[in-house]
Ligand binder design. Sequence first.
Ligand SMILES: [Zn+2]
Length: 109
Amino acid sequence: MSESKEGRMFKTPAWVKPSGVREEYLCSDCFKVVGVRSRYELVCNLGKALEGATVTELTQKLGLQQPTVTHHLNVLRSVDAVKVKERGRERIYTLNREAHCFEECKIPY
Ligand SMILES: [Zn+2]
């Protein structure tokens, strides 16, 4: 690839909810968050789950395989879009509402 990755913009996919603040183009980190439809659905689910959710709960809600959900969560964590905390043996995932993708790039959820 000759093109520099920095500053590259990606068109917002059609499945991202229309919103007054929705950006037409996203940076590469934010495109990671919404570029896969089921990953964006996971973000919207976490957006509604104020107390957060476990992988098991997300797997049931989204009707996805657990490894898929785990993979999506790892990608989301890599761009700081979700936070994880331990509760006993469980890991609870919450949306990081202050993250760049929601505050700066205005991804609706
Ligand atoms: Zn961004």
